[in-house]
Design a protein around this ligand. Structure first.
Ligand code: CMC
Length: 430
């Protein structure tokens, strides 16, 4: 708490509101007692300026383009770590020792199987079912097979076993949902492979065509998952916290997070970007048509992959992904016309006054889909990939919310409907 106060004057009365300081220097006005003291609530739809919690997981500076997990720069983590190592960091607060990482990796392998009864779930969906819908419902159903241990039951303390189970099994669910959608037999997780290898193998191995692990694909996948691993209080993470604040179990809370992520303004954007680039390509590369539509105030169309609520400069994740994109295309000797379309679109947008004035730069989703395509992931699985990456963040945020004994989330509203009306019985309503 700082020594300073904000002063709010309403009529003749001035109220003193405490100012709270973050470990990185940002300051917030504490309005928790505002209603009690003044009788007023605050109105902030879209939570443009509302801090919903304190957190020690992720630091983000949107003006400077900084993103740190547990104090470590995203650039360093993406360059040097595996996704499993970063997941451990996010969940436990510190980078793992060699032994701790080994044991966490073993957990990922040990917990990767799904209860055989759950395999029947996948048979019940129509072949064209959305993988996000399968992911959200099956994650929720995990609760019935692996009830979450509470803090005192877990042999390692906290929610360690439940978190490891959820990470390992969600990967299996994601790959199974894809196999079912193409009508292929399921490929079970291997007890010998690392997290990303295992996922790619479950996705692409076939009885008549064994999958050969491509180290560059594994490395690209590791990087993409790391870049998505947490992003402080966004729509899906806030949903996970809000649902969890009612006392709902971890699986139910994460399942809600998957649903919140689904939309094209959030985790569905990576899929929408590819569809947009394909449209531009199919439209004889008529870039101006799409840019003009995005600028037209009477047209709801937007250039997906541009803009961010918090970043008002280049999204640091997009920078890393763009470089990774060039690398993987060169190494795998791939030629995807969509990469050229994306680069030209970015170039045009970066010189356009509309986008410059509004600080609309490429975000994490602009180039991520192009890499997923390069490593063979189908477009409708892109939001699922985002969810796999974000899982450690959701679990850590849920756990932090529990440990902070956060009160149930319950926003206020400003009612603008009829104040009160006299009831008229149906026979008299004419
Ligand atoms: N194309 C055209 N105009 C845009 C775009 C865009 N992609 N994004 C924002 N604008 C305009 C918007 O029309 C508004 O203009 P004006 O001030 O004249 O009304 C201004 O920029 C501010 O936009 P906003 O909608 O108030 O900003 P927001 O913070 O509410 O929305 C956003 C952020 C990411 C939803 C939005 O930029 C957007 O819709 N982008 C496209 C979807 C997308 O790429 N989503 C992925 C986000 S990154 C991954 C994640 O974290 O989920």
């Amino acid at each position: 708490m700082s020594e300073e106060f904000a002063r709010l004057t309403i009529g003749d009365t001035t109220y003193k509101l405490p100012i709270i300081e973050a470990s990185t220097g940002e300051r917030a006005v504490d309005i928790r007692n505002l209603l009690k003291e003044t009788g007023l609530i605050t109105l902030d739809s879209g939570y443009m300026n509302t801090g919903a919690c304190t957190s020690s997981i992720t630091y983000l500076d949107g003006k400077e383009g900084i993103l740190n997990y547990r104090g470590y720069r995203i650039e360093d983590l993406a360059e040097n770590c595996s996704f499993t190592e970063v997941a451990y960091l996010i969940l436990h607060g510190d980078l793992p020792t060699f032994e701790a990482l080994k044991s966490f990796r073993q957990d990922m392998r040990r917990f990767a199987l799904l209860h055989e009864d759950m395999i029947h779930f996948f048979d019940s969906y129509p072949p064209n079912a959305s993988p996000m819908s399968i992911l959200s419902t099956t994650v929720n159903a995990l609760h019935n097979y692996y009830p979450e241990m509470n803090e005192s039951e877990d042999p390692y303390g906290g929610y360690t076993v439940t978190a490891a189970r959820l990470l390992a099994k969600t990967r299996t669910i994601a790959a199974f949902s894809y196999k079912k959608s193409i009508g292929h037999p399921l490929v079970y997780p291997s007890p010998r492979m690392n997290y990303c290898e295992n996922f790619l193998n479950m996705m692409f191995d076939r009885p008549n065509l064994p999958y050969k692990i491509i180290p560059e694909a594994v490395s690209a996948l590791n990087k993409l998952l790391i870049l998505h691993a947490d992003h402080e209080q966004n729509c899906s993470t806030s949903t996970v916290r809000l649902v969890g604040s009612s006392g709902a179990n971890l699986y139910a809370s994460i399942s809600s997070g998957v649903s919140a992520l689904w939309g094209p303004l959030h985790g569905g954007a990576n899929q929408a970007v590819i569809e947009m680039l394909e449209n531009i390509y199919a439209d004889n590369k008529d870039f101006e048509k799409y840019i003009s539509k995005a600028k037209d105030k009477n047209d709801p169309y937007r250039l997906t992959g541009f803009g961010h609520r918090v970043y008002k400069t280049f999204d640091p994740r997009a920078k890393i992904i763009k470089n990774a994109c060039d690398d993987i295309f060169e190494i795998l000797d791939i030629n995807d016309p969509l990469l050229d379309i994306a680069k030209e679109l970015e170039e045009r947008v970066s010189n356009d006054q509309y986008f410059i004035e509004r600080n609309l730069y490429p975000n994490v989703d602009f180039y991520s889909g192009i890499i997923y395509r390069a490593i063979g992931i189908p477009t409708n699985m892109f939001p699922v990939m985002f969810a796999l990456g974000r899982l450690p963040g959701w679990i850590a945020q849920w756990t932090e919310m529990k440990e902070d004994r956060t009160r149930i989330g319950r926003p206020r509203q400003l009612y603008i409907g009829h104040p009160q009306r006299e009831f008229i019985a149906i026979k008299d309503r004419g």
